[in-house]
Write a protein that binds this ligand. Structure first.
Ligand code: NAD
Length: 502
C-alpha cells in the first residue's frame, strides 16, 4: 500500500563553521541535499568546502585547544547540558528536517532525536566523572594515580543514516574530554548536521572548539586524517572507506576508530515465541528502510518452522504502507538517494541471478507521486545459501535473505560466515540455546529475544571483524578513545629512594 505527502520548504542555505564564524565554502562543488521522498525537491544547498577551508578549520581548532583543555571538565559538560535543553526545545523541528533530508519516517526520526539527546545527556554527566584512578604503591609514602587528558584536534567523519545520533555520540565525548573538533558529515545529510552545530554555538561553546566542514569525502577526507595537527579520527561509514581511513591514520600512528557495515543475522529457533520474533524481524529488517548498520539482513530459521514463519514475514512485508517520510501512518520510507536505490535494485537482481527465491517485493515503487522518490518494496528472498552475494555483502536496503538450517551448529556456522561482525539476535525460549550461540557469536553486540538493532548511551556500541576496528563507541569507551591517561608517581617521603623496585 502506498501513499504520499509533500512538505513545502524553503531551501536551506548552509555554510561552513570555521573558527566560530559561518562562512561560505570555497570549493568548486555545490552540495545539494535532496528530499528522497520526492527528488524534485532540493531541501538544502551548500557551497562545498575546499582544502583551504579545511586548513582554516584545522588552524582554528589548533588555536582553540589550549583554552578548551584548560576549561574544567564540569564546565565543558555544562555546554552539553545547555545543548540538551536546546535540542529538546527543537526536537520536533529537527526531527522533521531529519525525515525530509534523510527519508526516515517521522516516528523513527523523532526516536533518533531522542537517542542523540540521551547521548548528549549521558556525556554531560561524564564531565563530572572525567577521572583517572589511584593504585597502591610498592613503596611507602608514594602515591600512584592517573589523570586523563584530551588528545588535541580530532576529526569526526559521519555517515548519512543516523545524521543526528552518530554526530552526537562522537562530538559529545570528544568535547567533554577537552578536544577540539573538525566535524564532517555525509554530503547528503548536511542540513541536520549544521543544525546540531548551531545548537552548540547557541549553547555558548567558545569559538574554534567545534568546526564544521561540508564537502565530498573524496576531496577533503584525506586532509582530515593526514594533517599533522589531527591527533585522532573517529569514523563511521562503509567498510571500504573505513579501511582506507584506518590505513592512513595507522601510517601516522594516531588513534583511530572506525565503525563500519554489518550483515546482521537473526536466528529464529523452533521453540521461539513466533509473534515476538516476527515483530523483531520485521522491525530489524525493514525499519529505517533497512538503512541501519544494525539492520537484520539475514534470517536463519530452523527448518521445522521455516515455511510457517516465512509466510508470516512475507505477509507483514506486503502489508507495509510505503510512502513519504512525513506522511501519516507510513511504515517504510525511501532509500536515501538515487545511488542507494540503484544499489538495492542491483542486489535484488544479483540475488535472483544467484538462485535465491524471491517471495515478495523486488521492485522500485513508482505509483503516482512515489515515482519521484527513491522507494523500494520490502523484499524477501528465501532459500539463500551462505556463499551467495546476498548472504555476504551489505545491501543497506529493505532486503532480507532467509536461510533454512537443521541444527544449532549449522545456524551458528551460517551466522558467523561473513566478513562482518556487528550485531546479531536469537529468538528462543531455551536459555541453553541462547547461551550456546552467545559463546560462539562473532559480534560486538548480541540480542536475546530482541531485534538486532539498537544501542544505549551507557553501554559500548560497535562491532568486530569487518564491522569495527579501534575502541568501541558510547559509554566510558567513548571518553577513553578521546582521551589519554597520564600516570603520576608522587613520592612524598622527601628522601632518596632506597628500594630497588623501579
Ligand atoms: P561512506 O563510507 O560512504 O561515508 C561515510 C563518511 O565518510 C561520509 O562523511 C563521507 O563523506 C566520508 N568519506 C568518503 N570518502 C572519504 C575519504 N576518502 N576519506 C575520509 N572520509 C571520506 O558511508 P555512508 O554511505 O555515508 O554510510 C553508510 C555506511 O555506514 C554503511 O556501510 C553502514 O553500515 C555504515 N554505518 C556503520 C555504523 C556502525 O556504527 N557500525 C553506523 C552507521 C552506519
Amino acid at each position: 500500500m502506498t501513499t504520499v505527502m509533500k512538505e513545502k520548504t524553503d531551501i536551506a542555505v548552509l555554510k561552513q563553521f570555521i573558527g566560530g564564524e559561518w562562512v561560505e565554502g570555497t570549493g568548486k562543488r555545490t552540495i545539494e541535499s535532496v528530499n528522497p521522498s520526492d527528488s524534485r525537491q532540493i531541501v538544502a544547498t551548500c557551497k562545498g568546502a575546499s582544502k583551504a577551508d579545511v586548513e582554516g578549520a584545522l588552524s582554528a581548532a589548533q588555536a582553540a585547544f589550549k583554552g578548551w583543555k584548560a576549561t574544567p571538565a564540569p564546565a565543558r559538560a555544562r555546554v552539553l547540558d545547555a545543548v540538551v535543553k536546546l535540542a529538546r526545545r527543537d526536537k520536533e523541528r529537527l526531527g522533521r528536517i531529519l525525515a525530509l533530508e534523510e527519508g526516515k519516517i517521522l516516528p523513527e526520526a523523532l526516536g533518533e532525536m531522542e537517542k542523540g539527546i540521551n547521548l548528549l545527556e549521558w556525556y554531560a554527566g561524564e564531565g563530572l566523572r572525567f577521572m583517572g584512578s589511584t593504585a597502591p604503591s610498592e613503596l611507602p609514602k608514594n602515591l600512584l594515580y592517573t589523570i586523563r587528558e584530551p588528545l588535541g584536534v580530532v576529526s569526526i567523519i559521519t555517515p548519512w543514516n543516523f545524521p543526528w545520533a552518530i554526530p552526537c555520540w562522537k562530538i559529545a565525548p570528544a568535547l567533554v574530554a577537552g578536544n577540539t573538533v573538525i566535524f564532517k558529515p555525509a554530503s547528503n545529510t548536511p542540513w541536520l548536521a549544521m543544525e546540531l552545530v548551531k545548537l552548540f554555538e547557541e549553547a555558548g561553546l567558545p569559538k574554534g572548539v567545534l568546526n564544521f566542514v561540508v564537502g565530498a569525502g573524496s576531496e577533503v577526507g584525506d586532509s582530515l586524517v593526514e594533517d599533522a595537527r589531527v591527533q585522532a579520527v573517529s569514523f563511521t561509514g562503509s567498510n571500504e572507506i573505513g579501511v582506507r581511513v584506518h590505513t592512513l591514520a595507522g601510517k601516522r600512528g594516531i588513534k583511530v576508530t572506525c565503525e563500519m557495515g554489518g550483515k546482521n543475522p537473526c536466528i529464529v529457533w523452533k521453540d521461539a515465541d513466533q509473534d515476538l520474533a516476527l515483530a523483531g524481524v520485521v522491525k530489524g529488517a525493514f525499519g529505517s528502510t533497512g538503512q541501519r548498520c544494525t539492520a537484520t539482513s539475514r534470517l536463519i530459521l530452523h527448518e521445522d518452522i521455516a515455511d510457517a514463519f516465512v509466510k508470516k514475514v512475507v505477509d507483514a512485508a506486503k502489508a507495509m504502507k510505503i510512502g513519504a517520510a512525513l506522511g501519516d501512518g507510513i511504515d517504510l520510507g525511501p532509500a536515501v538517494d538515487r545511488a542507494q536505490l540503484e544499489t538495492d535494485l542491483k542486489y535484488i537482481q544479483i540475488a535472483k541471478d544467484d538462485g535465491a527465491t524471491l517471495l515478495c517485493g523486488g521492485n522500485r515503487v513508482e505509483d503516482g507521486d512515489l515515482k519521484h522518490g527513491f522507494f523500494v518494496e520490502p523484499t524477501v528472498f528465501d532459500r539463500c545459501t551462505p556463499k551467495m552475494r546476498i548472504a555476504q555483502e551489505e545491501v543497506f536496503g529493505p532486503v532480507l535473505a532467509v536461510f533454512r538450517v537443521k541444527s544449532l551448529e549449522q545456524a551458528i556456522e551460517y551466522a558467523n560466515d561473513t566478513i562482518f561482525g556487528l550485531t546479531c539476535a536469537i529468538y528462543t525460549q531455551d536459555i541453553t540455546t541462547a547461551m550456546t550461540y552467545l559463546e560462539e557469536a562473532e559480534v560486538g553486540m548480541f540480542h536475546i529475544n530482541s531485534p538486532t538493532i539498537g544501542g544505549e548511551a551507557q553501554v559500548p556500541f560497535g562491532g568486530v571483524k569487518g564491522s569495527g576496528v579501534g575502541d568501541r563507541e558510547m559509554a566510558k569507551e567513548g571518553i577513553h578513545f578521546f582521551s589519554k591517561p597520564k600516570t603520576v608517581f608522587l613520592d612524598y617521603t622527601g628522601k632518596k629512594r632506597e628500594s630497588n623496585i623501579y
